[in-house]
Design a protein around this ligand. Structure first.
Ligand code: ADP
Ligand code: MG
Length: 321
């Protein structure tokens, strides 16, 4: 089944790049890493029913499979260049593949990314994408550089994708069309924050993309850096659409533990904060300070009434998508 599909994939993802010496069609691609750059590589798998709900449009799956990978490059401050695509399909469904590849290619075009190879097999619907990007030596944004006193910031708004998943799965009937559309867009078409990541190079002390929820992902920065973080619920950036749909406590919980937003969470020394804000504004990216890095370990959360939330309570688990 594979050859016809591979031709279709190649035809729909044309992207000329000087550094692709040989693309789809041979046993391996031949690629030239620009002089003076390090290669940043990442890979992620999406499984139907686990990482996206059954019934998700093929175009949305294609977009998201690439977006989650580009988000990893964004979190490193890297500039994307190439991708590999391993597709496992229940059957050789050309309509699905065309839709999938069109969604993938839409996002690839925005970032001049070339699809240079992959693999196509039969089995339960599973999509694996690997991406490759460039970053100047020693300039990558890592998780282990946060220092006590640094400010903690996030791009965009938090909890929208979790709210979107709620819209898909709940029987709540009276969701306004524009609210639903916005939240589903955030779930199905996440925008990897590449310009923000590149603007943060050399300035942020640590950075991560928010795929598993703010608490979990900021927790990874804390663990890697050997520090703690204190954040304020009152500062969490939340969209009007999400706030329109949920009460304060639910909106808070989505923002804290909802996954799949693909915003960046990063830390910056106080002295660099004004510069960083200006650089982010220049690339059209808003960022919100949500707290500070402190001594100790883990993330502590100050609620609206000033009390500290117990985030180790197992009751939080059921929110995690
Ligand atoms: P091989 O047996 O050498 O692995 P394949 O038939 O799997 O060859 O692949 C043939 C060519 O098509 C290779 O260049 C491979 O990278 C490319 N290819 C296969 N599947 C995909 C895919 N899903 N997306 C992009 N390129 C693919
Ligand atoms: Mg193969």
């Amino acid at each position: 089944m594979e050859f016809d599909l591979i031709d279709r994939i190649r035809a729909r993802t044309q992207q000329q790049r000087e550094d692709v010496r040989l693309g789809i069609g041979d046993d391996a691609a031949l690629l030239a890493v620009p002089e003076g750059q390090e290669l940043a590589v990442a890979i992620d798998t999406l499984v139907e029913g686990v990482h996206f709900p059954r019934g998700t449009a093929a175009e949305d799956i294609g977009w998201k499979a690439l977006a989650v990978n580009l988000s990893d490059l964004a979190a490193m401050g890297a500039t994307p260049a190439w991708a590999l695509l391993a597709l496992t399909l229940p059957d050789a469904d050309a309509t699905f593949v065309d839709g999938f590849v069109d969604g993938f290619a839409q996002l690839a075009r925005v970032h001049r990314l070339a699809l240079v190879g992959g693999d196509t097999t039969r089995g339960p619907l599973t999509v694996t994408v690997a991406v490759h990007g460039f970053v100047p030596p020693d300039d990558a944004l890592r998780r282990d550089g946060a220092r006590v006193g640094d400010a903690v910031l996030v791009t965009g708004t938090l909890g929208d994708a979790a709210a979107g998943l709620y819209c898909v799965t709940s029987t709540m009937a009276d969701i306004r069309a524009e609210v639903r559309e916005f939240l589903l867009g955030r779930l199905n078409r996440p925008e990897p924050q590449l310009a923000a990541g590149q603007a943060l190079r050399g300035q942020a002390s640590a950075c991560i993309d928010i795929s598993d929820g703010l608490l979990a992902d900021l927790g990874h920065i804390c663990k890697a850096s050997g520090v703690g973080a204190q954040i304020d619920v009152a500062q969490l950036p939340r969209s009007p659409a999400m706030l329109a749909l949920f009460d304060d406590a639910t909106a808070r919980d989505f923002a804290l533990v909802g996954g799949d937003d693909y915003e960046l969470c990063f830390t910056v020394p106080e002295s660099a904060l004004a510069n960083v804000r200006a650089d982010l504004a220049r690339v059209g990216c808003g960022a919100t300070r949500i707290g500070s890095i402190v001594t100790g370990e883990g993330v502590s959360v100050r609620d609206l009434d000033g009390t500290l939330l117990d985030t180790t309570d197992t009751g939080w688990d059921h929110f995690i998508a």
